[in-house]
Design a protein around this ligand. Structure first.
Ligand code: CA
Length: 89
């Protein structure tokens, strides 16, 4: 379930996404789904799913910056976001 791209490995964005799922109250799922289903098709296509993963990772970047953690951690997350977006194109 956490290995969303099926490569047999759990990337940091996938890990963050999975943790977010675990922490999300059930009543918020429908709202979140509608937010990411930008074409209102009722399903998330690859682009919408990648945008969701990117948003989750960038949310974590903001949290890291607010908590004043080391810049190296932020750079690692940003590099993984860049890799995820490059893989999607
Ligand atoms: Ca859609």
């Amino acid at each position: 379930m956490a290995d969303t791209d099926g490569d047999g490995l759990i990337s940091y964005p996938e890990y963050l996404f999975f943790l977010t799922l675990l922490a999300t109250p059930p009543e918020h799922f429908a709202i979140a789904f509608q937010m990411f289903d930008t074409d209102r098709s009722g399903v998330l296509d690859v682009d919408e799913f990648q945008a969701m993963m990117y948003t989750e990772a960038m949310t974590e970047v903001g949290a890291i910056q607010r908590q004043g953690r080391r810049e190296r951690s932020v750079n690692r997350v940003c590099a993984q976001c860049t890799q995820a977006r490059a893989a999607a194109t």
